[in-house]
Design a binder for this molecule. Sequence first.
Ligand code: SF4
Length: 199
Amino acid sequence: MNIDLTRRAFLGGAGAGVAATTLGAFGFDGVEAAHAAAVKAFRLAKTVEARSSCPYCAVCCGMMIYSAESKSEPGKMEVVHIEGDADNPVNRGTLCPKGAAAIDYIRSPKRVKAPMYRKPGASEFEEVSWDFAMERIARLMKDDRDANFVETNNDGVTVNRWSSMGFLSGSSVTNETGWLTFKVARGLGMLQIENQARI
Ligand code: SF4
């Protein structure tokens, strides 16, 4: 017989099974069923599990994100629990207090979920599309590079540098993304390149 027993189902049933078997061995047969019925289901049993990484610092700890259908908005999924990823070699299931409290940041009404833009002269930011943000950034970068790119220094030596623009990269990216990020920035001639990770 092929038994498809998931880790979660095993953990959910193991507590009830062990307790009921022990009581039965002492002759309290009728208690077994009542005890098993009183055991609460594993609280993450009906959640959807996803892997992610903490975005806050250079450690980049692995996280397990658990989602379930919202009680206030049926049909919509919401994050109900976060814990460290025991399989991640960086943190082995642990999270610092900031990472462990990440669910509060996710649920915060102040969380920024889209690019924000403050028009020249305006006092307030407004939400814009990613297309708008990317176009705007590309336009400003091109204009600045055209105006400030330096091909040769005072001695006539080729330098191809763009010193009026800097680039800040994040720490929660893969080695390959980090490599590509720096290739693009250096390829454009940028000198001021910083990374959140500082490694
Ligand atoms: S859980 Fe803490 S140590 Fe780990 S990446 Fe997040 S902020 Fe950094």
